[in-house]
Design a protein around this ligand. Structure first.
Ligand SMILES: [Zn+2]
Length: 211
């Protein structure tokens, strides 16, 4: 926390309640009493109907990922790792620019419209910044283990061109059984999603399909 060198906000009288609430791990935004619309960033009048009849209220901290971009060249003071700049649409309606955290900065792991929730990042003793993380991580979003040095995919049934011979002798009285369980000698390729066949970040020149 002490070695944080990134962006630090300079609260104004209009934004001070917002930052004070973040310090207490609460997201406070504003709502217009004239048109009932919530809005963000903080300001003393409604951006929709320009009424000054506004109030603060506690937002849920939940929303969906409206848009994102991955910054591969962080500016000075922001570290060296890529990070995700996100626009989150809060459940209350307003959108806010933030960071998506807790996920690999890989476009294949991040989907727009994914549900997100707020994470309070205490970057200094005095400043807390709002980040967001994915709420439901589907299997597509979870980091998949990279293929190790094993030769060939494991767990896949070995294709054998021959039909299976069971120990049971086939009774000739029955007509040919058509409902035999199991694949008829064809290798199944459905266990792995197609797009994972090319490891993008691997320096090794493995060719999974050349086996
Ligand atoms: Zn209004």
């Amino acid at each position: 926390m002490a070695d944080y060198t990134g962006y630090l906000p300079q609260p104004t009288p209009e934004t001070q309640p917002y930052f004070d609430a973040l310090k207490h791990h609460t997201l406070m935004i504003q709502r217009c009493n004239a048109c009932a619309r919530a809005y963000f960033y903080p300001r003393p009048f409604c951006p929709n109907c320009f009424s000054f009849d506004t109030e603060w209220f506690q937002a849920s901290g939940r929303g969906t990922l409206y848009s994102f971009v991955i910054n591969y060249r962080p500016p000075p003071g922001f570290g060296v790792e890529p990070y995700v700049i996100a626009v989150v649409e809060l459940d209350e309606g307003p959108r806010m620019m933030t960071n998506l955290v807790g996920v690999e900065p890989d476009p294949e792991r991040i989907s727009c419209d994914a549900p997100v929730e707020i994470v309070y990042d205490d970057v200094t003793d005095d400043v807390t910044l709002p980040r967001f993380r994915l709420v439901v991580t589907t299997t597509d979003m979870l980091p998949r283990p990279r293929p190790s040095g094993k030769p060939g995919p494991s767990g896949e049934p070995r294709p054998s061109g021959e039909p299976r011979h069971t120990s049971e002798p086939r009774h000739s009285s029955k007509p040919g059984p058509t409902g035999e369980p199991g694949p008829s000698g064809e290798p199944r390729h459905t266990s792995e999603p197609r797009h994972s066949s090319k490891p993008r970040h691997s320096g090794e020149s493995r060719n999974p399909e050349g086996a």
